[in-house]
Design a protein around this ligand. Structure first.
Ligand code: PAF
Length: 282
């Protein structure tokens, strides 16, 4: 496995891959890797002849009072996990390499970028779209693999790829969970033992919605009420949002007959966690 830190180095590897006619699978990450990331790498491995993983804590997607400084940076440990998972190349640029002095161009997926996490974290998706767009230009993947856990990010990036005619396919892999249901996240490392236990309420709420939907309930208001009741059983959880939306437009739906995304975000102490459930078309 090769580790490259410069755009020039990454481009040279991409040119070699093109010369050899190789397909490229790409998994963008911010490092602090867990089994969820590794499942994305394995998905890329299944599809592509060359697998590239980027590790870059992107300053542009953090708000001024968010955890950019605190975000775990564990490159050596990440590389040790990536090699057996099937990565061929790790692209780990510095902040100066990605945003050299004078860089001012941003990518803004208007409207969609203001919904769900975009509403709670102003500017977040502008940062995500900008860095992912740059990474796509540098790596030029055939497939780029993202996790369903960041459902709003998936919607924003799908829109971006479509609107900017990017020549690649987005692949979305299912949410990886701990055995007790907690969705895997690098931010779980921030949780105290008590907060981790409290955070299980997110999964319980989504499971309750899934069960109610399985009985034939399609009214979003009823399904939302059911989730809110479960969330209320854990007073330590400070709800940020609970929405039932169209997975592509992120607009609220009244009915879930045509499929819907149930998305939740809540604070447990200083840590904000997200989770979601895709209700199938009935
Ligand atoms: O999902 C993430 O880890 C980040 O938002 C991404 C896609 C790597 C962009 O920085």
């Amino acid at each position: 496995m090769k580790v490259v830190h410069t755009v020039t180095g990454m481009r040279a590897l991409r040119h070699d891959a093109t010369a050899q006619g190789l397909t490229v699978g790409f998994v963008p990450t911010m490092g602090a890797l867990h089994a969820g990331h590794l499942s994305l790498v394995r998905e890329a491995r299944r599809r592509a002849q060359l697998v590239v993983v980027s590790i870059f804590v992107n300053p542009l997607q953090f708000g001024p009072n968010e955890d950019y400084g605190q975000y775990p940076r564990t490159l050596e440990k990440d590389c040790a996990l990536l090699e057996p998972a099937g990565a061929d190349v790790v692209f780990a640029p510095s902040s100066e390499e990605m945003y050299p002095k004078g860089a001012t161009t941003i990518v803004d997926v208007e409207d969609l970028g203001m919904k769900l996490d975009g509403g709670s974290r102003p500017g977040h998706f502008r940062g995500v779209a900008t860095v992912v767009s740059k990474l796509f230009h540098i790596v030029q993947p055939t497939w780029a693999v993202f996790g369903q856990k960041d459902a709003a990010q998936v919607a924003v990036l799908r829109r971006m790829v479509h609107d900017l005619n990017m020549d690649l396919e987005l692949v979305v892999a299912p949410i990886a969970r701990e055995s007790d249901g907690l969705a895997l996240s690098s931010r779980n490392a921030y949780l105290s033992v008590a907060e981790r236990r409290q955070a299980l309420v997110l999964h319980r709420a989504l499971m309750a919605v899934e069960q109610l939907a399985a009985t034939g309930e399609t009214r979003a208001g009823q399904l939302r009420q059911c989730a809110l009741q479960v969330l209320a059983t854990e007073p330590a959880a400070k709800l940020d949002y609970l929405e039932i939306v169209d997975p592509d437009t992120l607009d609220a739906v009244a009915e879930t007959l045509h499929g819907a995304l149930v998305a939740v975000a809540a604070w447990f102490g200083p840590t904000r966690l997200i989770d979601n459930l895709l209700l199938p078309v009935r």
